[in-house]
Design a protein around this ligand. Sequence first.
Ligand code: KIV
Ligand code: NA
Length: 277
Amino acid sequence: TTKATTISLRAMKKEQRKIVMLTAYDYPTARVAEEGGADMILVGDSLGMVVLGYDTTLPVTMEDMIHHTKAVTRGSKHTMIVTDLPFLSYHISTPETVRNAGRLIQEGFADAVKLEGGREVLDQVQAIVRAGIPVVGHIGLQPQMVNQLGGFKVQGKDYESALRIYEDALLLQEAGCFAIVLECVPTPLARLISEHLTIPTIGIGAGEGTDGQVLVIHDMLGITDRYLPKFAKKYGELFTDMTTAVESYVQEVRDHVFPGTEHGFKMNDDVLERLQN
Ligand code: KIV
Ligand code: NA
């Protein structure tokens, strides 16, 4: 399979073939996402929560994103990699925004970047696109706005906020985004937006009407023992599986079962004899 491009993803939308995106944060998760056949990998700033143990994505830095993007791009060579611009990396000035987006490409080897926001980030989107870097938009629930929003909640339920999200989607498309993530919006709104855009929408908690789907790999594999949002479907119970494996190891060492003779290395008897004398 060949690596997805901004062009091939638009063709997938046109042909109504679903786009599958999955997050990855390091070499093993990138290997798994690629071998599993995902079309796109997102190095999400959700890594702050699922990998670094923060309560929100706000403490995540550019250095964190570059570090993890490097590991992901070493693990998957044939999958399009999108990396999140973290909190405050695109809010200060346009030159700083372009520099930060460029670092994710130049140092992390990402193929594209993603940033949160609608009408308020159009200048940033245009400036990054002008530098030749593909941009994914992200509207609906914007986790970097959690303190402003007062929690991780569904967005766009009333007319005013739904219209705002709809307009933001069109504006982001106009500004040059090649895809837009719709997070935690009502299914009918996500479907309406998807039908009216020529670029693909990728939903998370946005129902079945979007052009693609994205999930956090730790959520879908069940690697975490944290609370899972309603929209996350668990395809594995890896936290339980891994804990059970660790328990077995602990018990076997205590019971003198591990290591067995087969895990050790031999030495010639004459060498041992000479050592003993
Ligand atoms: O950081 C992330 O994982 C994301 C997805 C939830 C879209 O932005
Ligand atoms: Na994110």
